[in-house]
Design a protein around this ligand. Structure first.
Ligand SMILES: Cc1ncc(COP(=O)(O)O)c(C=O)c1O
Length: 286
């Protein structure tokens, strides 16, 4: 069981996991996925991740191939393989293996279900002092970005361009609005208020995003869900990017310009403390 992956009903070593080339996930990217952190062997916000999986499957006209309880058992078993180290659990459901390559969806396919656990590196300890650099790029993705689909070529190219320009993430601009990062959600701080774009087709409903809003509500930090124009992004007091694997990243340089004098801002420090406390509580108490 140690260091095995889950594939279609079996736990097997990663090197033995195989899928047929006629799998529609391979041929068309016809599949959806989730990435779930596990701290101390405990899955972070599992019900929320399984709910989003359900929504992604529904959006691509697929039934959930497993009950919530079966998901919990499988993902829990993967997380339990290394309770001493933080892990990230990846799961993917493809539409399955077809007889021929055809865009039209054949009836009666058996979905391919794959899940694995990998070490989750701790966030860069330099981030609280330096933050990260980001650039703005035109959002070249399709319109249904609320679906967590594995068709990630635009995200891959955008992230690559950010890397080549010395930045860790790209903030995507569509129709004059800053929507999210290539693999993260966007927050700004403007005059003491935390702002994040509202959910909709143009961004992924991030699990970390929702937690940040919950923590803000509990701590009575003023926040709202509102569109962020590219101009407002430029003038923000603080900019944050959130994701399950990278937590809350303070952007201190945007397009080579310093934000908040090039240092993580005070509201980021406060929110990061709340977030770390939430994580530690899960790790120690479940
Ligand atoms: C495009 C995009 N937006 C937002 C996120 C953040 O979502 P979560 O907090 O659920 O990881 C991700 C995560 O990978 C992403 O790929």
């Amino acid at each position: 069981m140690n260091d095995s992956v889950y594939l279609n009903g079996e736990f097997i070593p990663l090197a033995e996991a195989r899928i047929p080339v006629m799998d529609r996930g391979f041929l068309f990217g016809d599949s959806v996925y989730e990435v779930i952190p596990a701290y101390g062997g405990r899955l972070f916000r599992l019900p929320q991740h399984l709910h989003r999986l359900e929504q992604s499957l529904h959006a691509i006209h697929m039934q959930n191939p497993m009950s919530r309880q079966n998901w919990e058992t499988i993902l829990g078993a993967l997380a339990a393989q290394h309770p001493g180290t933080d892990q990230s659990i990846y799961l993917q459901v493809t539409r399955g293996v077809a007889g021929a390559r055809d865009h039209a969806i054949p009836a009666g396919l058996e979905p391919t279900i794959f899940a694995m656990s990998s070490p989750l590196p701790a966030p860069d300890p330099g981030i609280p002092a330096r933050g990260i650099a980001a650039i703005t790029l035109d959002d070249i993705r399709w319109r249904l970005c609320n679906i967590k689909a594995t068709t990630l070529l635009p995200n891959v190219l955008l992230r690559q361009e950010a890397g080549e320009r010395g930045a860790l993430e790209a903030i995507l601009i569509r129709d004059g609005l800053a929507v999210e990062g290539a693999a993260s959600n966007l927050f700004i701080v403007d005059d003491g208020q935390l702002i994040t774009p509202p959910k909709g087709e143009h961004l992924l409903p991030g699990i970390t995003r929702d937690l940040v809003l919950e923590l803000a509500a509990e701590a009575e930090i003023p926040y709202c869900e509102a569109n962020i124009t590219a101009e407002r992004l430029d003038e923000a007091d603080e900019i944050w990017l959130t994701s399950s694997t990278r937590e809350i990243m303070p952007v201190t340089h945007l397009d080579d310009r310093p934000i908040n004098n090039g240092r993580p801002g005070p509201l980021w420090r406060r929110m990061n403390e709340l977030f770390q406390a939430y994580k530690e509580e899960l790790r120690t108490k479940g």
